[in-house]
Design a protein around this ligand. Structure first.
Ligand code: PMP
Ligand code: GLN
Length: 382
């Protein structure tokens, strides 16, 4: 007899990204669902990985990550956010941003702890909290501008609150934190034992001349935070699954205890390549303008449709209401336009535990202009 597993995640199915990408492939639809670029990544960076492999950087690096890469990250953080980091004690290279988030939660949470998270929430957050036996305390971002109502946060704080999770720029909505948000956060956590997890994987995808409000700018917040990043988003190579976490030395020491017995160390040649490539400031500073053009191009083409745009100031995504097109729920609508019109999107209800449906879908615009044009032409027929 095969023993039965008592599921740690009894309510979880397959992620919406996998579901919609499979549906797009089956119906030969343009995939504006899952967030990944359809254009080639930087060839110089590929050449540097190739060179690193040929120079035989093919064995384990230390579990914290390749030291020259951690040094390059510290230099970049100092340049961008005027924050001084010790690469020995405050930076750990991880196999992607998702893993960094999971590890931070596993490091900090005990069963029964409460974690405040905002919905719509990136799909891994709630399962990552629950698999650690902790309790997600969910607060809706205000619809339709998806801002945080800090009074609601104050009301939800309890003696069991262990952590607040933030994500700016936000997936799926493209909303970004302002300085006001940071001040509110400060006033709430000051004199508390609350940790912060800040998912900043889209740090270089903030548009409209807005400055990214990284937690790394604020030493008082930084010391209680795990700040998570992804090279996949910075260098248009989501399949690399390489990222890092930054924290204060005491928190990072605990993070590394968990990390070292899970992944231990990440892909060596990519770390060698990135340690050099990261010194090229233009390689990351040029990304926002490049992607903003794509956001604007797609939104401009969709003006001729009955989709209503919601504001996106960052990320790979923009959300659109479709209530002038259909009364269907957002999942049915997303499936139908994938099958019948050949364009896949993501229903935003998938980012709410209770399935809140505001008749909004998320389109990914980090695509070649010709892809966006063809998708818009198909959506025009709706
Ligand atoms: N957080 C958010 C908000 C994301 O959109 C992504 C992208 N998948 C990640 C984390 C994870 O990044 P990675 O692919 O490096 O794990
Ligand atoms: N972050 C990507 C998105 O939001 C997908 C990552 C994934 O498939 N897990 O579309």
């Amino acid at each position: 007899m095969i023993p039965a597993i008592k599921s740690k995640l009894p309510d979880v199915g397959t992620t919406i990204f996998t579901v919609m990408s499979a549906l797009a492939a089956k119906h030969d639809a343009i995939n504006l669902g899952q967030g990944f670029p359809d254009f080639p990544m930087n060839q110089e960076l590929i050449a540097l990985v190739d060179e690193a492999m040929k120079k035989d950087f093919n064995q384990y690096v230390p579990m914290q990550g390749y030291l020259p890469l951690r040094e390059s990250i510290a230099q970049k953080v100092s340049f961008l956010y005027n924050s001084s980091l010790n690469p020995d004690t405050q930076i750990t290279i991880t196999p992607g941003g998702t893993y960094a988030i999971y590890t931070a939660l596993t490091t900090a949470l005990q069963p029964g702890d409460e974690v405040i998270a905002f919905e719509p929430a990136y799909d891994s957050y709630i399962p990552n909290i629950e698999v650690n036996g902790a309790i997600p305390v969910l607060i809706n971002l205000d619809f339709p501008d998806y801002k945080i109502d800090w009074d609601k946060v104050r009301q939800k704080i309890s003696p069991k609150t262990k952590m607040i999770m933030l994500n700016s720029p936000n997936n799926p909505t493209g909303s970004v934190l302002s300085e006001h948000d940071i001040n509110e956060l400060r006033s709430i956590v000051k004199d508390s034992n609350i940790f912060i997890l800040s998912d900043e994987v889209y740090e270089h995808l903030v548009f409209d001349n807005i400055a990214h409000q990284s937690i790394l700018r604020y030493p008082d917040l930084m010391e209680r935070s795990f700040v998570c990043f992804s090279f996949g988003k910075v260098y248009n190579c989501t399949g690399w699954k390489l990222g890092y976490c930054i924290s204060s030395p005491a928190l990072m020491a605990e993070f590394r205890k968990v990390h070292q017995f899970n992944c231990f160390s990440c892909h060596s040649p990519s770390q060698v390549a990135l340690s050099a490539f990261l010194k090229n400031k233009d390689s990351y500073l040029s990304l926002a303008a490049f992607m903003q053009k794509k956001r604007d191009y797609f939104a401009d083409r969709l003006k001729q449709t009955r989709f209503t745009p919601l504001v996106s100031h960052g990320s790979y995504f923009q959300c659109f209401k479709y209530d002038r097109i259909s009364y269907e729920n957002d999942k049915d609508f997303s499936i139908r336009i994938t099958k019948e019109y050949g364009v896949a999107c993501i229903p935003v209800s998938a980012f709410y535990k209770s399935g809140t449906d505001n008749k909004v879908v998320r389109f990914c615009f980090c695509k070649k202009e010709e892809t966006l044009e063809e998708a818009a032409n198909r959506l025009l027929k709706l």
